[in-house]
Design a protein around this ligand. Structure first.
Ligand SMILES: Cc1ncc(COP(=O)(O)O)c(C=O)c1O
Length: 384
C-alpha cells in the first residue's frame, strides 16, 4: 500500500536493512557465480557525486557528454581502435541489442537473419524478438568455441551479420575471432564481438602472457564490440559499453529527440533518460586504475582460476568442463543438482546451468572463500 504519511529516514533505513538482510552480498565472498562485483569505492563515489546527470539530455550536461566521449575513446583504444563511436549503456544486453539493430538497419534485407554461436547470451533472444531478426545458431566445436565452418555454411542472402563471443557466459571461451573476421570480410558482412565479460579481461591477460586469440578492432572484420564496465571494469551497475568501428553504425540507430530541455539531440540508445554518473565512473575508473591497475586485478583473477581449477580436479566425482581460458571455471559432477541444492543450503551463491556450475573469479572472490567452498564441495561429494 502507498503510505499516507512519510516515515523518518532512520525508520525507513532500518526497515530496508531488515528487508535486505537475506540478500547475499559480494563483500561476504559467498557470491561465486556472478559476473558482477562490489564496485570500486572510487567509482561508487563518482556515481554518488554526479547522480543527477542525465545523458539522455546531453544539451544540459555537455561536460558529462564530453567525458562519455572520452570514455568511449579510451575503451576504443584499449580495443585497438583510434576512434570509435558508441555509448555507455545499461549493460551487455542493451549493447548487444544495439549492435543487432545497427546491422539490421544497415542491411537491405526483407527477412533478416543473424548467425551466432550456440553459446551466445540470451540477450540475443530479446534482440531477435524486438527487432524481428531470425537467429541462426552455429554449432560449437569440442573445445566449446564456435565452429567457423558451420558459420560459413549458414550464410545466406538474408544474413545481416555474424556474432562471435570473447568470453562466453558459461565457460569464458573466446571464439576464433580472427577466422570469423576473415569470413565476415570475405562475405562483406559485419562481425559483432560480444566481449561483455572478456573486454575487461583479455587485453590485460594477453599482456600478462596468456595465450588467447585476438578479438578486437585490430581485426578488420570486427565492426562492433560489447564491453561491460559493470563486470570486470568494477563500475557500479548499470554500465555497459557498445563501440562501433564506423559512424554509420551509430547513425543507423539514432533517432531525433526534439523536445529536450537542453535542445534537440539524436539518441542512439534504447533508454532515453540514462545515467551520466555511470559514464563518468567509467572514465574515472580507467583514469584511476590505468592499464597497469586493471592488469593487476586480472593477474589475481587468472591465477586464482588456475589454482582453483587444479584444486577442483582433486575432488572425487568432480570434473572440469574445460580448462579455463579466462577467469571462469566451470565444473560438473555426477550428482550436480543435489550438489547445487546443498551448496545453496550452505549459503553459496552458485547455480547449475547447462549441466555445470560456473565459478567466476570476480575481484571480490578471495582464496579463503574458495578454500571454504572447496571444503564444502568435498564434503558434499563424499556424502558427509
Ligand atoms: C557474454 C555476455 N554478453 C552479454 C551479457 C549481458 O549483460 P548484462 O547482464 O549486463 O545485460 C552477459 C551477461 O552475463 C554475458 O555474459
Amino acid at each position: 500500500m502507498f503510505p499516507k504519511k512519510g516515515a523518518s529516514e532512520e525508520e525507513v533505513l532500518a526497515e530496508l536493512e531488515e528487508k535486505t538482510s537475506e540478500d547475499l552480498t559480494f563483500d561476504s565472498g559467498r557470491i561465486l557465480g556472478s559476473m558482477c562485483t562490489h564496485p570500486h569505492p572510487f567509482a561508487a563515489e563518482v556515481v554518488r557525486r554526479y547522480i543527477d546527470r542525465n545523458l539522455g539530455d546531453p544539451g544540459l550536461h555537455v561536460g558529462s557528454q564530453r567525458v562519455e566521449r572520452e570514455a568511449i575513446a579510451m575503451l576504443s583504444s584499449l580495443l585497438g581502435l583510434e576512434k570509435g563511436y558508441g555509448n555507455i549503456v545499461s549493460g551487455g544486453t542493451e549493447a548487444n541489442i544495439l549492435a543487432v539493430r545497427a546491422f539490421r538497419n544497415l542491411a537491405d534485407v526483407e527477412n533478416p537473419e543473424l548467425i551466432l554461436p550456440r553459446s551466445a547470451h540470451f540477450s540475443f533472444l530479446k534482440a531477435s524478438e524486438m527487432l524481428k531478426v531470425r537467429l541462426v545458431w552455429a554449432d560449437l566445436r569440442e573445445d566449446h568455441s564456435v565452429d567457423v565452418r558451420d558459420v560459413e555454411e549458414k550464410i545466406t542472402s538474408n544474413t545481416i551479420g555474424i556474432v562471435g563471443i570473447a568470453g562466453t557466459t558459461g565457460l569464458g571461451v573466446v571464439d576464433d575471432i580472427p577466422a570469423l573476421s576473415d569470413l565476415a570480410l570475405d562475405y562483406g558482412l559485419p562481425l559483432h564481438v560480444d566481449a561483455a565479460f572478456g573486454g575487461f579481461v583479455i587485453p590485460f591477460a594477453k599482456a600478462l602472457g596468456y595465450d588467447i586469440p585476438d578479438f578486437d578492432f585490430r581485426l578488420r572484420g570486427v565492426k562492433s564490440i560489447t564491453i561491460d564496465p559493470h563486470k570486470m571494469g568494477m563500475v557500479p551497475i548499470p554500465a555497459g559499453g557498445i563501440i562501433f568501428r564506423e559512424k554509420r553504425f551509430l547513425e543507423a540507430i539514432s533517432v531525433p529527440a526534439p523536445y529536450l530541455a537542453g535542445g534537440k539531440v539524436w539518441q542512439a540508445t534504447i533508454t532515453g533518460t540514462r545515467p551520466g554518473a555511470q559514464a563518468l565512473a567509467v572514465w574515472a575508473m580507467i583514469k584511476h586504475l590505468g592499464f597497469e591497475g586493471y592488469k593487476e586485478i586480472v593477474r589475481r583473477a587468472m591465477e586464482l582460476s588456475r589454482w582453483f581449477a587444479a584444486e577442483l580436479k582433486k575432488i572425487p566425482g568432480v570434473y572440469l568442463i574445460r580448462e579455463p581460458v579466462l577467469n571462469i571455471v566451470s565444473f560438473g559432477a555426477g550428482n550436480l543438482e543435489e550438489a547445487e541444492e546443498e551448496l545453496k543450503k550452505r549459503g553459496w551463491g552458485v547455480s547449475a546451468h547447462r549441466g555445470y556450475i560456473r565459478i567466476v573469479m570476480m575481484p571480490h572472490v578471495r582464496r579463503e572463500h574458495l578454500e571454504e567452498f572447496l571444503g564444502d564441495l568435498r564434503e558434499i561429494m563424499l556424502g558427509r
